[in-house]
Design a protein around this ligand. Structure first.
Ligand SMILES: Cc1cc2nc3c(=O)[nH]c(=O)nc-3n(C[C@H](O)[C@H](O)[C@H](O)COP(=O)(O)OP(=O)(O)OC[C@H]3O[C@@H](n4cnc5c(N)ncnc54)[C@H](O)[C@@H]3O)c2cc1C
Length: 466
């Protein structure tokens, strides 16, 4: 597709749509919006950044872009890990940051209506006084509701509460043509035609710009306790997971970290954990109405862990200790980033295949002599593997990286998994998209895209080439 460059005349027309305070071509903005948080991502600068205030302005911007063949890339918090909001072909960055209002919280309907630029942190702060809770907790809570919908974000609590798609009741969205659609509503059941809400969730901003969201919220849990359990090897830690999932009250979070990741976090973030010389660790997060509610499971959890080879069993007890452990887990990405050039693999596999998959990853990493520290959401089968270059020869590492990535993705597909559990395909995984997914399936996805966006102006170059 041949896109048009934004001339001075087109810029002027765009400014008339957005208002002059909501459009920018400053070098700072063009630079800041040329990347997201993905490792190894080449920057691509937009030609202009717009910050609309209303759905009708979003609609006018898209109609203008479609008519003039200008690519538009929606952007939320820019915390994405796959290059989804990187404007590959320049054009317009459509930042939703100023559409950040909480429109309504219905405590008696357990729902909330928000604009897409509301962040997860902001939502949590606004729900708390109503004793309500939105259970999507990801490693960077400055992500926006719009961005988390576009990637179908998962995070730590998915083992108990599921991922974003389980918590969205309805959406308002603007199609590339500028048409505004409404899907779903403030109700929990619906059998009225195709479920357009679910098609848009996870579509990575390629089908429509989400401009209003109806969320399902729940009563705020009373208390949480965190258990930290070191094991001498990863296989033992992972073997423990299915048994923990059979508890009458399943953990809210069930994370694993391998020894390499733990030692990197300690080195670069300066938080220590006990038994850091061990090879694998489980972090088990339990919630309940009271401490007693949770503590009743400790004996059972400890005996499951010890019977699978746990070395120790730590419960921090006070709030400071609990926060420190969560912080330890949340800062993993920061630590890995500081350790050297790295890549990020986000494979998801059936939960009973984690051990087999991790054995393959270890073998591949050894055969290619490429360290790949791992951690992940063990409770839901979503594994984050971080090939890191500790070698001075970065060029050689970069050359080998696609071989390692492809083999790991194939190993995931071989046990019935998929190449992305929660970060999305974006630009980053586009060339691996056909691993574990049929051509017919991809063709149907492309047909949907072609139907909604025949001029391919909305977030082009993401998920697949079209
Ligand atoms: C330290 C760290 C930890 C993380 N931990 C997790 C984790 O635990 N779980 C997890 O799932 N992710 C995690 N992420 C990834 C990231 O936070 C998520 O992908 C998040 O959903 C991105 O939200 P965002 O608002 O930053 O979106 P952006 O990065 O701005 O955009 C992401 C995608 O959404 C599209 N988009 C944004 N807004 C809209 C809209 N209104 N309408 C249509 N499309 C839109 C963009 O075009 C892009 O394709 C982590 C990231 C970091 C940096």
């Amino acid at each position: 597709m041949k896109y048009k460059k934004i001339t001075a005349q087109l810029l002027k027309q765009l400014e008339e749509i957005t208002g002059k305070d909501n459009i920018s071509v400053s070098e700072t903005d063009l630079n800041n919006f040329s990347i997201d948080e993905s490792p190894e991502m080449q920057p691509h600068a937009p030609e202009v950044v717009v910050r609309p205030l209303t759905t009708s302005i979003v609609s006018d911007i898209l109609r203008f872009a479609d008519r003039n063949l200008i690519p538009v890339t929606p952007r939320g918090g820019g915390t994405g890990l796959s290059g989804g909001c990187v404007p590959l072909f320049g054009g317009i960055i459509l930042s939703l940051e100023r559409m950040n209002h909480i429109i309504k919280i219905s405590a008696d309907n357990f729902s909330a209506i928000v604009e897409p630029g509301v962040t997860l942190d902001q939502l949590a702060g606004n729900l708390a006084p109503h004793n309500l809770h939105y259970p999507i907790h990801i490693g960077d809570m400055s992500a926006t509701i719009g961005g988390t919908i576009a990637t179908n974000a998962g995070g730590m609590n998915a083992v108990k509460y599921g991922v974003t798609r389980q918590h969205i009741l309805g959406l308002q969205a603007v199609l590339p043509s500028g048409k505004i659609i409404e899907a779903g509503g403030e109700y929990i059941k619906c059998s009225t035609g195709y479920d357009l809400t679910q098609i848009l969730i996870g579509s990575e901003g390629t089908l429509a710009v989400v401009t209003r969201i109806i969320l399902k919220v729940m009563p705020r849990p009373g208390n949480r306790e965190i258990l930290f359990v070191p094991f001498s090897d990863l296989q033992s830690a992972i073997r423990t997971v299915p048994e923990l999932l059979r508890l009458k009250t399943i953990p809210m979070g069930l994370e694993f970290l391998d020894g390499e990741v733990v030692r990197l976090i300690e080195k670069y973030v300066d938080i220590k954990v006990p038994h850091d010389e061990q090879d694998a660790f489980l972090m088990i997060i339990m919630e309940g109405d009271s401490t007693e509610d949770i503590v009743q499971y400790f004996g059972q959890i400890e005996s499951i862990c010890r019977s699978n080879g746990a070395i120790e069993f730590f419960v921090p007890g006070d709030e400071t200790g609990k926060r420190k452990l969560i912080e330890f887990r949340e800062k993993a990405y920061q630590a890995i980033r500081r350790a050297g050039p790295f890549a990020l693999i986000d494979v998801v596999v059936p939960r009973n295949e984690i051990a087999n998959f991790m054995a393959s990853v270890k073998k591949i990493s050894q055969e290619l002599d490429m360290p790949a520290p791992s951690m992940g959401h063990a409770g839901d089968g979503n594994i984050h593997i971080h090939p890191i270059c500790f070698d001075p020869d970065i060029a050689a590492w970069r050359k080998k990286l696609p071989v390692l990535m492809k083999r790991i993705y194939e190993a995931g597909a071989a046990v019935g998994g998929a190449i992305s559990g929660e970060h999305g395909i974006g630009i980053d995984k586009k060339k691996y998209m056909s691993i574990g997914i049929s051509q017919e399936t991809i063709s149907l996805m492309k047909a949907i895209k072609a139907c909604v966006d025949p001029n391919n102006i909305l977030n082009p170059g993401k998920i697949f080439d079209f």
